[in-house]
Write a protein that binds this ligand. Sequence first.
Ligand code: ADP
Ligand code: MG
Length: 355
Amino acid sequence: TELEPPRRIRALHEDVVNKIAAGEIIVAPVHALKELIENAVDAGSTSLEILVKDGGLKLLQITDNGAGIQKDDLPVLCERFTTSKLKAFEDLQAIGTYGFRGEALASISHIAHLTVTTKPSDSSCAWKAHYASGKLAPAKPGQAADPKACAGRQGTQILVEDLFYNVPTRRRAFRSASEEYAKIAELVGKYAVHCKAVAFSCKKHGEAGAGIAVPGTAGVKDRIRTVHSSAIANELLEVDVGNRQYGFKAEGLVSNANYSGKRTTLLLFINHRSVESSAIKKAVEQTYAMFLPKGGKPFVYLSLDIDPARVDVNVHPTKREVNFLNEDEIIELICDDVRDRLGKVDTSRTFMTQS
Ligand code: ADP
Ligand code: MG
């Protein structure tokens, strides 16, 4: 059979490239929010207020009290690969901030209506700017696109509206707003436990009470009590283990043998970034299996500090997973520590009931 001549190879239009990239980085509203929370924390904020409508699909707003953004930076804020954090590729080895690629705001601006209001610490007024497809855009057709002076508090407010409005297939893939809100609440809960000295609030638009409200002064146990439950907060053991050779230190709070949940709650932070790890989850569940009644699952909050030179944070578009050296050895050392501590509590309990 005779084949048609091959088709010519052509470069995709920049707008198409950007939309495809955005769809990889922001798969669901929770991914946009994660980037925005991390930006706010990177900016030194001590208070984060989050407002959500329709599971974040209609509206996602985050207000912080951080350093703000220079007015002169607003024109490039949402361009791809513009960042105040990373300069050279080698800097990735010692990255101390959550962000580094300058892709988050750019991505959001390609798939949502984005409004930024910011008051830098050295400015007497705030500036408000709208963005579309990476660039400053007018609030209404015919108006100027320049940032406008306005009144505002110190810090930055990011408003994301109509997420995926121009990606109909993605938009249709969301079954329920409450499912998306649950993911958002889970994520906010994780950062609210982990970010000491930062106040968090998260609520649904139109609801009076806050879904999550953690004051900045709360300690870790109280954060866990507020976000999760007293049943968990009252039954926690401290984890503290490290090893020079593998360049890591792990701290955290894990439930003792008195607590047994329906499913594992794992709050895992690697170098202060919330990540997922099925390897750690599995190892931890195995460790608890011999201490909990059949089917019982633990609560585990772990914060790992790993020498940045041994971590590759750039393996996943959403930075959901990271790679690090000696993963197996590190997981084993952590689980050994957890097992030791669980064992100690067990014997002291037996001792107490006998006496
Ligand atoms: P990255 O975080 O990787 O640098 P982003 O697209 O998330 O990229 O943000 C681009 C830049 O915008 C950041 O480097 C930072 O300078 C600025 N920025 C974003 N959000 C905030 C915020 N909430 N407060 C202050 N500056 C911010
Ligand atoms: Mg960022």
